[in-house]
Design a protein around this ligand. Sequence first.
Ligand SMILES: *Cc1c(COP(=O)(O)O)cnc(C)c1O
Length: 268
Amino acid sequence: MRLATRAWCVSSASALYASRARPRLARTMATWVDADEAATVQANVQAVRERVNKISETATLIAVSKLKPLSHVKAAFDAGQRDFGENYVQELAEKAEAAKDVEGLRWHFIGSLQSNKVRQLCQVPQLACVHTVERAKIANSLDRVWGELGNVEPLMCFLQVNTSGEETKGGCAPDAAPELAKAIHAKPHLNLIGLMCIGKYSGAEGDASPDFNVLRSCRDAAAAELGVSADTLALSMGMSHDFEQALGLGATHVRVGSTIFGARPAKK
Ligand SMILES: *Cc1c(COP(=O)(O)O)cnc(C)c1O
């Protein structure tokens, strides 16, 4: 395996971040963690992987590395983790550029996506999947830009559904999911692989099963609309506090951050 530190471009990346007038990112991304911290990340990712495997042998574990340094990503990669999630296009672009020669690394975009960031997102090296397609306009521009960039394989996407109805959460209304799924499915440069939600109790203790059940019904309705069987559509649901519950309810992709990488700095 090519695990040379050089493949991670850590030193040039650090220099890059240090030169920006973005103290928060510079602080979180430029620090090279010590051996103890890397060992902790590795133990955590293995422990979460085991917990996932106990419930599902096939689910994809996405390690959410937002606001964490690239060295954490490397530590988890060295422990066998391949799928990583990021929420902010700029941060993802910088990390992916620094790690672009790391074979087998896959990036998942899981943050809210504005039209003016679509091109930058589509140019991210080793972008595997976008989990947060929530309206036709974003689907249209992802499809157009992904095609313009000359990609042969369509971009894998999830349709995000706002299962809790909270204004602060992204996603389409559950009622709108089948029609939007159909629209995304029809795009030549997009490959709709499933539906995604952020539960009401994301990041906190609480019963997330109502959200997960709403997402399952949306998935069933979308599958009916597309004329495919429900199990051909994936479910991206479950985070640190509730990924086991999500897996029990059929999650195929779980997105786990703080349980692997530790608490994040508070949001602005
Ligand atoms: C941050 C984030 C996660 C991971 O959250 P944790 O509670 O730290 O596991 C998962 N999904 C999305 C969409 C996120 O924004």
